[in-house]
Design a protein around this ligand. Structure first.
Ligand code: ADP
Ligand code: MG
Length: 262
């Protein structure tokens, strides 16, 4: 059974894209066949996996708005994940999809023929609750919410959870809220721990472990388009590997999901 995981939060800069790329690479390390899908017109995922969005002829935009098959758009990456890339064209997809019936289902339909080829499909949602995020949540089996552990970083989480609940009622009754993933985490501050406890309490949402520590390696990787998981020993990469093992155990091993408690 292919698992489709949406990584969503309408707040920018909470490590959605980093999580998609790193978790994807970590799952490849566990011998899973992984596809990552860039749903952000900014194309940061595409760029961070070594492809320049400005030089691509076809992208997820064409798959969602015309008859082009997703298989014709797949790219290989040095990370070993396959990529459905985005270009700036995607900014116009809302307007095109608006005219189509079943516009929330465009991505789900496009991904269906790829289920035989991948064990996991991870969706990098843009920083909004617009039609692309609705497509992501509608196509997904589960949603993971990266959350930066800082003051009021969880403002807006209520709105996101209401959207998840509406999607569950209207377009995707099978969508599971996996929980929050603490990112950019600094374990030296008690403040970060308080924010996590507050999120768990206030929203009744599991907080997954391990928290992803803040480390300069990720900024370096993003800037260079180099592999995020390779290279020297890196606490952040280590954390994503643990998360990948936890998710694999949960999805395919019948184990409990590892959650945060401290
Ligand atoms: P989003 O997709 O939610 O907008 P990104 O994944 O693009 O967020 O991350 C935002 C910025 O934070 C990027 O510059 C990225 O390199 C940086 N970043 C992400 N995770 C970490 C981390 N664990 N430590 C340090 N910097 C990080
Ligand atoms: Mg992003």
């Amino acid at each position: 059974m292919t698992m489709v995981l949406a990584v969503a939060n309408q707040k920018g800069g909470v490590a959605k894209t980093t999580t998609v790329a790193s978790l994807g690479a970590a799952l490849v390390g566990l011998d899973q066949r992984v596809l990552v899908v860039d749903l952000d017109p900014q194309g940061c995922l595409t760029f961070s996996l070594g492809h320049n969005p400005d030089r691509l002829d076809v992208s997820i935009y064409d798959v969602l708005t015309s008859d082009i098959h997703a298989k014709e758009v797949l790219l290989d990456t040095a990370e070993g994940v396959s990529l459905l890339p985005a270009t700036i064209d995607l900014a116009g997809a809302d307007a095109v999809l608006l005219m189509k019936p079943g516009r929330e289902f465009a991505l789900k339909r496009a991904l269906k023929p790829l289920h035989d080829e991948f064990d996991v499909i991870i969706l990098d949602c843009p920083p909004s609750l617009g039609i692309m995020t609705l497509n992501g949540l509608t196509a997904a089996d589960a949603v993971l919410v990266p959350l930066q552990c800082e003051t009021l970083a969880h403002r807006g989480v209520g709105q996101l959870l209401r959207t998840v609940s509406e999607v569950q009622q209207i377009t995707n009754p099978n969508l599971q809220l996996l929980g929050a993933l603490p990112t950019l985490y600094d374990s030296r501050t008690t403040h970060a721990r308080d924010v996590l406890a507050d999120v768990a309490d206030r929203y009744g949402m599991p907080v997954l472990a391990p928290a992803i520590p803040r480390t300069v390696r990720f900024a370096e990787a993003t800037a260079s388009g180099a592999t995020v998981m390779a290279g020297r020993k890196n606490k952040g990469a280590e954390a994503y590997r643990e998360l990948a093992e936890s998710l694999a155990g949960y999805w395919w091993g019948g184990e409990e999901l590892v959650t945060f408690s401290e």
